[in-house]
Each structure stands twice: as C-alpha cells, then as structure tokens.
Design a binder for this molecule. Structure first.
Ligand SMILES: Nc1ncnc2c1ncn2[C@@H]1O[C@H](COP(=O)(O)OP(=O)(O)OP(=O)(O)O)[C@@H](O)[C@H]1O
Ligand SMILES: [Mg+2]
Length: 404
C-alpha cells in the first residue's frame, strides 16, 4: 500500500522479481479490497452462471456450508446448498434467468440451519446478455421466530377476546332478562291488583243473579260468564304469584326433601295422568345454601311442565341429582311432546306459552331462569320433539350472600 503511493516510480518489482505497473497494482489492490468486503458481509453471497454453477462465493456462505470457498466453485448451487439434482421449484435464479429481473423468496434450509430470504439480481455482459445472477441469502431466522411468537400471541389474544365476547353477551342477555322480568313484574302486579277488585264484584253479582228465578237460557249464560270470570281470576292469581315476594333468606336446603315436597304437591295430577315417576338421587348429596321457597318454585314449575307435556297413561318423568363439588345438578326429564328447535330459545321469555289461556301464562320458565341465575347457577334444556325434554339445573353448593 505504501509503495503504491510512490508517485515517482511508475513500476515496481513484486515478490517474484517481476515488474508491475502502478496502475496494475492499483487494480490488484482494488480487487483485494472488494474481495475482503465481499467476505466481510454477513449475508451469504454467491455469483451464479447460467448453468447454476457457483463462479464466486463469499466466506460467510462457504463457512455456512462447511466448505472452503475454493471447493464450492464450479458446483451447482442446488447440489451445494439443497443437495438436490434440480433447482427448487421457486428458485429465484431460474426466474431471473428467464426475465432478467430481480426476484426473492423466503425458504427454510436445514443445511444452512435456518430461515433465509433469498434474492437474485441479474448480471449482464457488455452486450447486455444475461450471464447469471448475484445470489444473496439473508438469515431471517430470528425475524421468523418473532413472527411465529407474535402469531401465537395474536391467536391467544383472539381466543381470549372471543371468550370474553361470549361471556359479555351472556351477561348482557341475563341483564336484559332481569330487566324484562322486573318491568313485567311491576306491570303485572299493578294490573292484577286493578283487575281483581272489579272482577270479584262481577263474580259476586253473577252469584247473586244465579239465585234469581231466571229462564234456563239465562242461567246457562250466567254459568258461561262465571266460567270466564273464574278463568280470569285464575290468571290474575298467576300474575300475582309472578311478583310474589319471597323470603329472600338464604338457608340450608335439602334438595331431595324439596323435590319430594313438590312431588307431594303434584301428586293429584301425577295420579290422574298415571305418570310413572323415577327418582335417581345422588347418595352423598350435601345440603346447599339457597333461598328455599324460590328453589321449590322452580322445581314445581319444571314438574308441572313435565306433567303437562306427557300424555295420560304412558308418561314417564325421571328426576335425578348429582354432585360435583362445588356444584350440584338436578335434571327433570320427561317422555312428553318435546320442544321444537325453533321454540327452544323462546321458552325462557316472559309470556311465551303454547298452552291454552286457562293452562298457562308463560311465566314459569322466565321466573325459574331468573331465580337460578340469581343463585349463580344455570338452567339448560335439551329436547327431541316427540320424544321428550330434559331440563337441567346447576347450582353452587355455597351461595353468594347477596341473592336478592
Ligand atoms: N317439559 C316440557 N315439554 C314440552 N314443552 C315444554 C316443557 N317445558 C316447557 N315447555 C314449553 O315452554 C313453554 C313455556 O313454559 P313456562 O313454564 O314458561 O310457561 P307455561 O308452562 O306455558 O305457563 P306457566 O308456567 O306460567 O303456567 C310452555 O308453554 C311449553 O311450550
Ligand atoms: Mg310452566
């Protein structure tokens, strides 16, 4: 380097005793500088000819292949790198040879131990004919790893968002349900109160009228009017029950005793329809903390729905309990008419009923689901139309102190 700058002597002697011109030495020096630069670049670089042969290779690439640069020259890149007899299907060198443009693609190469972004840029001779390409491979393993971690985190996040959305939707539905129930409750109790007094007055007048000596037809008409009046009274009683204040006191409740008590209350209907009742009570059942009269109301409603659904003479109602701490479950299954799929989501709505006016008001399940939700439990239904329905209640053994 020092000698090259000696301006006064145009020619110098090299180690072999041969003389070189200063310009030749500059070219040689520039070549060495370029080779050193080429070798210092951490990217894997090779020059490839049209037959995919390596004509130059930098140190990084030869090192990564575990070879000396000299031994790589003349070998095809696919033999050397991929250990195959043909180039890979997406080979960017093939594309560059075809269209004279730059191409790149990402690949995982076991032999190079990682993920690489491979780029090829065309090489031309002085007549602008393509002679090959500069093939650069950049190690992107770390980036790929980070991307994979990001992808996993994104998937986990999406999963969490989905779960939270479902929870929020459920909470929202429960709130709507509770709000509806409370609005319906207020309306029905005021209506029931307003209607009850005049209705009682009408029924009293009809009873008095019946004592008069009227024609047979008039007596029949009075009977019809009294029947309708009594139906109205029944409906009003139902509406008042809907808003009936409960004790609201959390107590220790024996679920099996509560079921037996409600079965005794329903005994008359069970007998008259000759329904077979099967009980499968869990032997180790513990007492649960709950508002007893509310839970009994739920059981009674499920029982009367099952009784209504089965046909007289061959109906069956199975009542089973189970305990999986911290929860207990109660299932009431019947062999009745079942519920069409289109009605399944409607049956918990206030006033949804398929029964005649004197048989049901459609409040039983709405109230029941409100009660069970307040206890921190769930109420589910499964049904096959024509085969029956199963209602399953899940309740926590320990209640939250704040059940309203
Ligand atoms: N076990 C069952 N089998 C078939 N259908 C049922 C059953 N339980 C409920 N249903 C359907 O769900 C509707 C709503 O039930 P829900 O208990 O809320 O009201 P209801 O029984 O009609 O009237 P209410 O309980 O107020 O007297 C019923 O009318 C019926 O169509
Ligand atoms: Mg009912």
């Amino acid at each position: 380097m020092k000698d090259i700058n000696k301006k006064k002597n145009p020619a110098f002697q090299n180690r072999n005793g041969k003389f070189r011109r200063e310009s030749d030495l500059k070219i040689l020096e520039a070549k060495r500088e370029w080779e050193q630069t080429f070798d210092a670049i951490p990217d894997l670089i090779a020059l490839l000819d049209k037959k995919y042969r390596i004509t130059r290779i930098n140190k990084s690439m030869a090192d990564r292949l575990g070879m000396h640069p000299r031994d790589c020259l003349g070998l095809t890149c696919y033999e050397c790198v991929h250990k195959t007899n043909t180039p890979p299907p997406d080979c960017p060198h093939t594309k560059t040879l075809r269209d004279g443009l730059s191409h790149s693609f990402d690949l995982y190469e076991d032999r190079l131990g990682g993920h690489y972004m491979v780029t090829t840029a065309p090489l031309f001779d002085s007549d602008d004919n393509i002679t090959g390409s500069v093939h650069t491979a950049r190690d992107i393993s770390k980036r790929v790893l980070v991307e994979k971690e990001l992808e996993k985190t994104r998937e986990k996040l999406e999963e969490k968002v989905k779960k939270r959305t479902v929870e929020l939707k459920k909470t929202h539905e429960q709130l709507l349900h509770a709000a509806k129930l409370s609005a319906v409750g207020k309306l029905t109790s005021s209506l029931a109160h307003e209607f009850n007094n005049p209705l009682m007055g009408i029924l009293n007048i009809l009873t008095e009228l019946k004592k008069e000596s009227l024609s047979e037809q008039a007596q029949k008409n009075i009977d019809l009017a009294m029947d309708s009046g009594n139906r109205m009274a029944y409906l009003i009683r139902d509406l008042q029950n809907f808003n009936r204040p409960t004790s609201g006191i959390i107590d220790s409740l024996d679920l099996h005793e509560a079921i037996d008590e409600m079965l005794r209350l329903s005994a008359k209907q069970i007998r008259s329809k000759r329904i077979q009742v099967i009980k499968e009570f869990s032997p180790g059942m513990v007492r649960i903390q709950a508002v007893s009269d509310q839970i009994k109301q739920v059981i009674l409603n499920l029982l009367s729905n099952a009784i209504d659904a089965v046909s007289a003479g061959n109906g069956k109602i199975s009542i089973s309990t189970d305990m999986k701490k911290p929860l207990v479950t109660l299932s009431i299954a019947d062999t009745g008419t079942g519920i069409p799929p289109s009605d399944l989501e409607k049956i918990f709505r206030p006033f949804f009923t398929t029964k005649s006016i004197d048989k049901g008001t459609g409040l039983g399940l709405a109230v029941s689901s409100g009660i069970i939700n307040k206890h921190g439990g769930t109420i589910d239904v499964k049904s096959q139309p024509g085969k029956g329905a199963t209602f399953t209640i899940t309740l926590p053994i320990s209640a939250d102190k704040s059940i309203p």
